[in-house]
Design a protein around this ligand. Structure first.
Ligand code: SF4
Ligand code: SF4
Length: 261
């Protein structure tokens, strides 16, 4: 797979009921030349997704800058693979597709549909034509009429996308709160000689917060979410194992695991 193919959302269009009236889609699965499960390193997630996704992925707080005029901001993200793993795919991609079934992230469930908000706050539907599954002859029809979307896409793709949008707001408030209390710190995870930099919650700083703040965190579900994050970091082992399988190291790597702030 070439580097050229390894990008998503470079050919997006808003759903147009006239232009797209004959549009069909089917996932090409194992025959896809640019499988979306190879492309991203990380993805945003919704706040409530942390509980089950922490079982499968490292969840961390990368600093992200979306455009040149913007200050970088911490985001709530899970990691599908390592930054350095240019040829690798998501740790949960099996021979017949995704191994997570209904537990895959909303960001994966919605693809290649992507509900978003316009400047007036209305939900609009973006389609990513980077995905080669679109056609006018193969697959399931997207629009049953100018006013009705095929329920297969509505329920399986658009609704998870809308849930993701709603929960993303909650993620934003959660992360901003952690930033306000200066709880996010640079950390390092090392396994079998491979070192990963991440941003993690400083547990010591957390427990130095006043009791009233900790109580508020508990009520808002933030303490639980912080435990999910800390627990999730161990999933880097799986990502590092995948990477080492494709990139064997010249010397036998050290076996120990360390996670330090
Ligand atoms: S969703 Fe699109 S890009 Fe992803 S595997 Fe299917 S056809 Fe390929
Ligand atoms: S979680 Fe599943 S659908 Fe999402 S990138 Fe991984 S293998 Fe693909």
């Amino acid at each position: 797979m070439s580097q050229e193919q390894k990008r998503l959302f470079v050919k997006t269009e808003l759903l147009d009921t006239q232009k797209h009236k004959n549009l069909r889609w089917r996932c090409l699965g194992a025959n896809c030349p640019s499988s979306c499960c190879y492309v991203p390193v990380r993805s945003s997630i919704g706040f409530k997704e942390m509980e089950y996704l922490s079982l499968y992925f490292p969840i961390s707080f990368p600093l992200i800058k979306y455009d040149q005029n913007q200050e970088p901001r911490f985001e709530l993200n899970l990691f599908f693979k390592l930054d350095i793993d240019t040829e690798g795919h998501c740790a949960h991609l099996g021979p017949s597709g995704c191994l997570l079934g209904e537990e895959k992230p909303y960001a994966c469930k919605q693809y290649p549909f992507s509900p978003t908000k316009d400047s007036a706050g209305r939900t609009i539907l973006q389609l990513d034509f980077t995905c080669p599954g679109w056609s006018e002859s193969e697959g399931d029809i997207v629009l049953l009429s100018p006013t009705e979307m095929n329920p297969y896409f509505m329920q399986g793709f658009v609704q998870p996308g809308i849930a993701f949008l709603e929960e993303w707001q909650e993620s934003r408030i959660f992360v901003d709160t952690l930033v306000n209390y200066d709880l996010i710190k640079p950390a390092t995870y090392i396994y079998k000689g491979v070192s990963v930099s991440l941003n993690a919650i400083d547990e010591k700083a957390l427990y130095e917060l006043p009791n009233s703040v900790l109580k508020d965190f508990e009520v808002r579900g933030y303490l639980r979410a912080i435990y999910y994050h800390l627990h999730s970091v161990q999933n880097y082992r799986r990502l590092i194992e995948n990477y080492l399988r494709r990139n064997p190291q010249p010397q036998a790597p050290a076996q120990e695991t360390t996670f330090t702030l």
